[in-house]
Design a binder for this molecule. Structure first.
Ligand code: WTA
Length: 653
């Protein structure tokens, strides 16, 4: 998309009405909030930009440093180090994030407070773990890893469902200075193999089958009864290992910039990339955003429904909350089991104060009707959160009035795997809300709106959302491929981090994210690269070529629409549709299952062979569109293909 298309998309999404209806922070909440007014926000924001040394230095000094840092802010902006992107914060310091998330609280006398409140898939199953208990488990598991030969700088792949042992495993890695690489439990074995291979991981938490690289140890956690084939000499049981492990394990002190974890995410081209996060900058970023955006105060019960396999789970189930001495709920199940009232049953049962979920879940629950929500006592709720995609005003209002009983501000948090923590977000005691807008930047974040040429636009404007200066939790690299990191995020417009999202800034300076402007589709708030889906489809023996675009989807926000060109002799029938879907599930996982498949004779290509995706997107979005509304098609090698694509799209719809 170019900037004017971004602008058109923005204009289409924001109604006058939603811009004008502003929801002010409830006075009762603002009174005791960490940030109590817009004036206070503005003052803190200015301080964070004008004097990051003091602002972030003071924040960082709340943590334990084995060796204090000598300076705070990054040495270089995004274009200053000989053209290389080099981001560093808290130079000279040594610390450990596991120590700050657990040991520090226990040493300060809070060991008996609940750290993790685990809620199982079955409503009858739950468990509470205090800070002391979690620390004891982490120390033991760190010893288990050590005994397997894991040391500082090694990579450990974790492939586990939402059991609290996953959080323990992450923290144990951090304790040793090992780099964790969590792979979402819903990815297929093929997808895991690729990620492990790329990460050169030493250990994995689950059996994978033969790979083309060597896994020396696998530790298996037994969650349910059922058989699990174990390989002699390689695989061992979590519980056996833990029962033998020593209970004392010192922290490994690491440099501020020591990598804490990598997390694979989809981009517009190629294979998913391992986004690398640092220790200290990430620690300060995840903690500060958690504390201020959820207005968290120790003693409160906080629940984020994400999976730890995604960045949201890393920053806002594990690290941010534990650093803030929170009680964090970890939910194993889905919002619709045993019925659509499950979330509110959990809110009532655990007296949840902050509830954080994705618009796709809000829309699905909204469809199930208000009765499920009204049945439960939700008076404990103070703040609601949204993440993953723009929340449509209709879902926003339902969330606000029915779930939040018109009492709880909604923090619509805009950020990415790459940003590590919130970039644009309201603060609940300060920011007047506009449904559908992520509102204003967090401390230390300088967002800009750029036009096609990379010029910064002033005032009300639409264009590419970019960031001007390094913020503490910015990702530092792509694992094993710094060139790719630089070319994907920093080469489009020199001197800026380019987010891949389009946005509009309104007259009040509020940001409205309009969605991805690259070939990434946001399916239920999960990022899918169209290239990944295409690569999976062409593995099918009948598929000669494929082009994948997003399509509007009522619940998921975006669905996956595939244009498939068949090889000669292949039969375009229902069985083929099924087997094409199956191959995508096998290669990537169920989240990537195509929503629509259209067989076509050809794809709209320019004379130089480039697929004109704009046409495919428009047809997937609206098969009834007039050909004249598809824009200029004169550069196509065969303009006739458009009419037949439209005809095909009408049939699929
Ligand atoms: C989208 C998830 C609008 C956006 C934390 C971004 C959002 C991508 C919002 C990152 C929001 C996330 N409003 N869009 N509040 N939050 N996005 O890396 O397109 O899985 O680029 O991180 O999700 O997805 P990721």
């Amino acid at each position: 998309m170019n900037a004017s298309e971004v602008a058109a998309a923005a204009g289409a999404q924001i109604s006058e009405e939603s811009q004008q209806h502003v929801y002010d922070p409830p006075a009762a909440l603002a009174k005791d909030a960490h940030v109590k007014s817009m004036a206070e926000y503005a003052k803190m924001y200015r301080a964070s930009i004008d004097d990051p040394e003091t602002f972030f230095g003071d924040m960082a000094r709340q943590f334990h440093w084995e060796t204090p840092f000598v300076s705070v802010g990054p040495k270089y902006n995004f274009n200053m180090n000989d053209g290389k992107i080099f981001i560093d914060w808290f130079q000279g310091g040594k610390t450990n994030i596991c120590y700050n998330a657990l040991d520090k609280h226990v040493l300060e006398g809070h060991g008996d407070e609940v750290a993790i409140l685990w809620e199982g898939n079955e409503p009858s199953e739950d468990a509470k773990y205090t800070y002391s208990e979690v620390l004891a488990m982490v120390k033991k598991f760190a010893n288990v890893l050590k005994a397997k030969g894991v040391k500082k700088g090694d990579t450990v792949t974790l492939y586990m469902p939402m059991v609290m042992e996953l959080a323990v495993a992450c923290l144990a890695c951090a304790r040793l200075g090992a780099i964790h690489s969590v792979v979402f439990g819903g990815f297929s074995p093929e997808a895991i193999r690729g990620r492990m291979h790329d990460a050169k991981a030493l250990d994995a938490a689950l059996e994978l089958g033969a790979g083309d690289f060597s896994v020396s140890s696998v530790i298996v956690f037994k969650r349910l009864d059922g058989s699990c084939p174990m390989v002699d000499g390689r695989d061992t049981w979590w519980n056996d290992e833990m029962s033998k492990a020593d209970s004392e394990c010192d922290c490994e002190w690491v440099d501020s910039e020591h990598p804490l974890f990598m997390l694979y995410t989809s981009g517009s081209t190629g294979k998913p990339k391992g986004i690398v996060h640092s220790t200290a900058g990430y620690m300060i970023g995840s903690h500060a955003t958690f504390k201020y955006t959820f207005d968290y105060k120790p003693g409160e019960i906080y629940w984020c429904t994400a999976d730890i396999g995604w960045i949201t789970g890393h920053s806002y189930i594990v690290y941010g909350p534990l650093l803030a001495r929170a009680t964090t709920v970890m939910f194993e199940g889905v919002p619709t089991y045993p019925d659509a009232g499950r979330c509110w049953a959990i809110v009532e049962k655990h007296k949840v104060n902050q509830f954080y979920t994705a618009p796709t879940a809000v829309r699905a629950l909204m469809k199930s009707g208000d009765a499920y929500v009204e049945k439960y006592d939700k008076s404990s709720l103070r703040i609601l959160g949204s993440v993953g995609e723009p929340i449509n005003p209709e879902a926003w209002r339902w969330y606000y009035t029915v779930v939040g009983e018109s009492r709880c501000p909604i923090v619509d948090t805009y950020w990415q795997t790459e940003t590590g923590s919130f970039m644009i977000t309201p603060l609940p005691g300060a920011t007047p809300l506009k449904p559908g807008s992520a509102t204003l930047p967090f401390f230390g974040v300088q967002p800009v709106v750029l036009d096609d040429k990379g010029n910064e636009l002033e005032g009300e404007a639409s264009g590419f959302l970019a960031i001007k200066k390094p913020w503490p939790s910015a990702s530092r690299s792509c694992y094993g491929d710094h060139d790719r990191f630089e070319s994907v995020y920093y080469s489009m417009f020199k001197g800026y981090y380019v987010s891949g999202d389009g946005c509009r800034r309104d007259a009040d300076g509020y940001f409205w994210i309009t969605g991805r402007v690259d070939d990434v589709i946001n399916v239920s708030g999960h990022r899918m690269g169209t290239a990944e889906v295409e690569s999976a489809l062409v593995l099918h023996p009948s598929c000669s070529e494929a082009a994948v675009v997003g399509m509007p989807h009522e619940i998921k926000g975006a669905g996956i629409y595939c244009y498939v060109v068949l090889k000669d002799g292949a039969e375009a029938d229902d069985d083929l549709v099924k087997s094409l879907k199956a191959i995508v599930r096998k290669e990537i996982g169920p989240i990537a299952t195509p929503d629509a498949i259209q067989f076509t004779e050809g794809l709209p290509k320019t004379r130089s062979g480039k697929i004109m995706r704009r046409i495919l997107r428009k047809l997937a979005e609206n098969p009834g569109i007039e050909l004249s509304e598809l824009g200029d098609t004169s550069t196509l090698a065969d303009p006739g293909v458009v009419a037949s694509l439209k005809e095909g799209a009408m049939k699929v719809a």
